[in-house]
Design a protein around this ligand. Structure first.
Ligand code: NAD
Length: 324
C-alpha cells in the first residue's frame, strides 16, 4: 500500500512539468523529501510562485521558468533526466470550451514537445497526466479503460490526443509512456480561487468564509474524488512499471463514488457549518457520473491507493483551515 517503501537510486533525476501547480508541487515535494533530484518546469501561468517558494531552495531542486510550447525549453529540461512526470497543462472543461485554440497549443503541442524531448534525451519513463474526461458520454459505470464514448469538450480531446501520441511514442520510438487518467483529484495546495476552481477547494473556502456555495445542477452528479497522496503513489509506481505496461493509460482514482450533494454535506459536517447550498445551471461539457474501475492500474502498476475519501477530505480540510 502507498509509496513509502518505494525507492530509486539516490542520484535519480525527475523532471516534473507543471511543478508550480497543485499536483506538480505535491510531486516535487514528495520527491525532494525522499532525497531525489528534481527539475521543475513551469511557466507560472496557472501555477503559483508561492508553491515554488516551498521547495526552490532545496539543494536537489532546479526550477526552470519556461513554457512547454517551446521545444528548445523542453529539450534542455529533459537533459540528464531519468523520469519525466508531465503534469503541465491547462485544466478545466468550461475554460477549454471558451478557448479551444489555446488548449490545443498548450495541452497537445506542449505534450508532443515533451514526448519528443524525452525521446531525444533517452529518458527511461515518461509518465503523464491524462483525465477521466476521456470517457466522454460513455454511460457505463464504473469507467473502464477501453470503453470510452464520444468526447464532450476540447479539454477531453487534448487529453485523448496526448494518449494517442504517447502510445505511438511507445510503439514507434520505444519510449516507455504511462498515461494516468486522474479522476477529480483534491488535497493540499489545490487552488480554491478563480472562476475555474475545482469544487472541493472552492466549497471549503466558501464554507470557511460563511458564504453560500453554488452547486451546478441538482447535486445528483457523482465523482470518484481522489486524494493527492494516491496520485503521487500512481506516478512513482508508474516509474517502476514494466515495459509491457507502457503505451497504455490507466484510471487513477480511489474507486469510490460520491454524489455532489452528499459531498457537500460531508464538508458541512466536518467543518461544522449549517449552510444550505444554492443550485445553479448544469455545466456544459460535464460528465454526469464518473467513477473508476482501478483494476488495470492495480494489475499493471501495482497501484494500491490507501487514502479513501473521508481520510483524504479530513486531511485536506486541516490544511485549508491552516493555510486560508
Ligand atoms: P494546475 O493548474 O494546478 O497545474 C498545472 C501547472 O501547469 C501550472 O503550474 C501551470 O502554470 C503549468 N502550465 C500550464 N501551461 C504551461 C505551459 N505552457 N508551460 C509550462 N507550464 C505550464 O493543475 P493540476 O490540477 O495540478 O493538474 C495537473 C495535471 O493533471 C494537468 O495535466 C491536468 O489536466 C491533469 N488533471 C488534473 C485533475 C485534477 O483533478 N486536478 C484531473 C484530471 C487531470
Amino acid at each position: 500500500m502507498g509509496y513509502e517503501d518505494l525507492t530509486f537510486k539516490k542520484e535519480t533525476v525527475f523532471l516534473v512539468t507543471g511543478g508550480a501547480g497543485f499536483i506538480g508541487s505535491n510531486l516535487c515535494i514528495a520527491l525532494l523529501e525522499k532525497g531525489y533530484k528534481v527539475k521543475c518546469l513551469d511557466n507560472l501561468s496557472t501555477g503559483l510562485q508561492s508553491n515554488v517558494d516551498l521547495f526552490k531552495n532545496n539543494e536537489n531542486c532546479t526550477f526552470i521558468k519556461g513554457d512547454i510550447r517551446h521545444f528548445e525549453t523542453c529539450l534542455s529540461a529533459c537533459e540528464n533526466v531519468d523520469y519525466v512526470l508531465h503534469q503541465a497543462a491547462w485544466g478545466s472543461v468550461p475554460r477549454s470550451i471558451e478557448m479551444p485554440l489555446l488548449y490545443d497549443e498548450i495541452n497537445v503541442k506542449g505534450t508532443l514537445n515533451m514526448l519528443e524531448a524525452a525521446r531525444q534525451n533517452s529518458v527511461k519513463k515518461f509518465v503523464y497526466a491524462s483525465s477521466s474526461s476521456v470517457y466522454g458520454d460513455e454511460p457505463t459505470l464504473p469507467k473502464k479503460e477501453g470503453r470510452e464514448g464520444s468526447l464532450l469538450s476540447p479539454y477531453a480531446i487534448t487529453k485523448k490526443v496526448n494518449e494517442e501520441y504517447a502510445k505511438i511514442y511507445t510503439s514507434l520510438y520505444n519510449l516507455d509512456t504511462y498515461g494516468l487518467r486522474y479522476f477529480n483529484v483534491f488535497g493540499k495546495r489545490q487552488d480554491p480561487n478563480g472562476a475555474y476552481a475545482a469544487v472541493i477547494p472552492k466549497f471549503i473556502k466558501q464554507l470557511l468564509n460563511e458564504e453560500q456555495p453554488v452547486i451546478n445542477g441538482d447535486g445528483s452528479q457523482s465523482r470518484d474524488f481522489t486524494y493527492i497522496e494516491n496520485v503521487i503513489e500512481a506516478n512513482l509506481k508508474a516509474c517502476k512499471a514494466t515495459h509491457a505496461a507502457a503505451g497504455k493509460a490507466y484510471n487513477i482514482a480511489y474507486g469510490g463514488r460520491s454524489y455532489l450533494l452528499d459531498t457537500y454535506k460531508v464538508l458541512c459536517r466536518i467543518l461544522e457549518k449549517d449552510i444550505d447550498p444554492k443550485f445553479g445551471l448544469e455545466r456544459e461539457g460535464d460528465i454526469k457520473h464518473s467513477n473508476a474501475d482501478i483494476t488495470m492500474a492495480k494489475q499493471y502498476l501495482d497501484y494500491n491507493p490507501d487514502w479513501d475519501f473521508e481520510r483524504g477530505i479530513r486531511a485536506a480540510i486541516e490544511w485549508y483551515k491552516k493555510e486560508l
